[in-house]
Design a protein around this ligand. Structure first.
Ligand code: 5GP
Ligand code: ZN
Length: 119
């Protein structure tokens, strides 16, 4: 699955507006949209516009962009008023970690208590 080409990729299609998504934020490098099956009152997915299958496929030149995804998560957390009492950011990498869509995405979750360790 990690070999998915971008023209077959669900999140590339949302980036290209070929399928609908409820957009929270967009800039030249990234798109943030609401998860279709939210696991918390606030559940936003933040994705690079370029197709990278997973965190384990990142290249050295992707370092700044992945930092940017986290910057956007912090910014959106403030906008969504979930900084207090706390929010969670998650990247699932690989089938065993629960990754189901093989286009890198950062989950931003908030608005409810979270336990640790995660399941
Ligand atoms: P993963 O399990 O790969 O870490 O996360 C994939 C996420 O994408 C899941 O939370 C799932 O609910 C979400 N998702 C799957 N298909 C769609 C879709 O078509 N639109 C949106 N907005 N989210 C989706
Ligand atoms: Zn993609």
């Amino acid at each position: 699955m990690s070999e998915l080409e971008s023209d077959a990729c669900l999140f590339c299609k949302i980036v290209k507006r070929q399928i609908p998504g409820k957009i929270a934020f967009e800039d030249d490098r990234a798109l943030a949209f609401y998860d279709i099956n939210p696991k918390a009152p606030v559940h936003i997915l933040i994705v690079p516009k370029q197709h990278i299958a997973s965190l384990s496929d990142m290249k050295e030149e992707d370092r700044d962009m992945i930092g940017h995804l986290h910057y956007l998560a912090a910014t959106l957390a403030k906008e969504q008023q979930i900084v207090e009492p706390g929010f969670r950011t998650v990247i699932n990498t690989g089938l065993g970690a629960g990754q189901t869509v093989f286009h890198l995405h950062l989950h931003l979750l908030g608005g409810r208590p979270f336990t640790w360790p995660p399941g």
